[in-house]
Design a protein around this ligand. Sequence first.
Ligand code: UD1
Ligand code: UDP
Length: 367
Amino acid sequence: MRLIVVVGARPNFIKVGPLMPALAEAGIDAAIAHTGQHYDASMSDVFFRDLSLPEPTWFLGIGSGTHAVQTGKAMIALEELFDAERPDAVLVVGDVNSTLAGALAAAKLHIPVVHLEAGLRSGDMSMPEEVNRLVADQLSAMHLTTCAEADENLVAEGVERARIHFVGNIMAESVLRNLARIEDRAPCRDSYALEPGSYVLATVHRPENTDHPERLAAIAEAFLGCGHQVLFPVHPRTRPLLAEAGLSDAGNGAGDIRLVDPVGYLDMLALQRDAVAIVTDSGGVQEEACMVGTPCVTVRRNTERGITVEVGANRLASAETDSVLAALTEALGSGGGWSAPERWDRDVSARVVAALQGGIIPLKGYV
Ligand code: UD1
Ligand code: UDP
């Protein structure tokens, strides 16, 4: 089987980390097409290095832009590539614009689409990711899901059960495999002079928080008032918006915010493991917090990762100072001890391989 694996943005690289070696071991001829949606060394190269990923066979260099510009450029480049290569299937991951572009370009060429992390739904159509998920899933021939709820979401949208494979969460497999490699790694101490168990780790990059200065300012105020140092690796979309929200690196001392550049995957895992709590609006970080045993607060109106709330690892807060502080107090008092969701284990990539080897049912009309 010849498979093109489409990636473009930071969380995509991590999802294919455990997948590429498993595909190679199974004799599946899989090659990476990197759209170039994320391109800074700290948003792309570092993940290929940290995860020992094979170099992309194709780098399409599409870069940043509005949704239509970015998705359109990626579709044009991917269509040309798929048409020339004619793979047996195209595998897309997650919910970014590159995922949507890959699914659309392949479907128009009648190439079966396999969607890894299918079926997640926030129910919030103002999220670009929700649009991407809905469309990618409608166009996919095989749906690989992280939780039983995702299966039910797909069935409710008319996807046949035979196309759905509950493989588990590949982000969890990546955490489990890589935590074992970084037992001695302590970037909190070595790079940021923070003791393990003494700081809150924060990431904020969703437009619903970053594009409203008053919301970003309210979140920052919660960080300043939380009684812990807050280590905040800043996503490039958030960086230029910080000043408008009144956020600047406040220096050292209890209750201060440390703004730092995005960190690599292995450092990020270690920082999550060693934090006293995590405040985030990231999809992947909610899942990783659940796996490393650190209580999480998600500053969003909703989450498609509801299972992390169900097991007791995560709770929602609105982008208001009191709400974030109340959720953080609850998280700090929660004591941990939850169990990982079903099939968030080391065998996810093996289940993906088994599903692919079982055969992809073409969509109606494909010959
Ligand atoms: C994208 C995804 C989002 C995901 C996030 C992961 C979409 C619609 N959104 O959001 O779901 O959670 O990636 O990180 O696909 N930029 C740089 N350097 C880079 C990349 C981006 O400076 O290497 C800046 C540019 O100013 C760019 C902005 O970040 O305009 C936003 O990048 P973009 O890829 O459009 O969306 P993200 O916010 O990163
Ligand atoms: N991540 C990282 N360095 C950072 C911030 C995040 O390695 O500075 C990792 C994080 O551990 C997770 C992934 O990036 O594996 C999540 O990506 P992101 O939050 O950008 O996107 P989302 O998951 O929200 O789509």
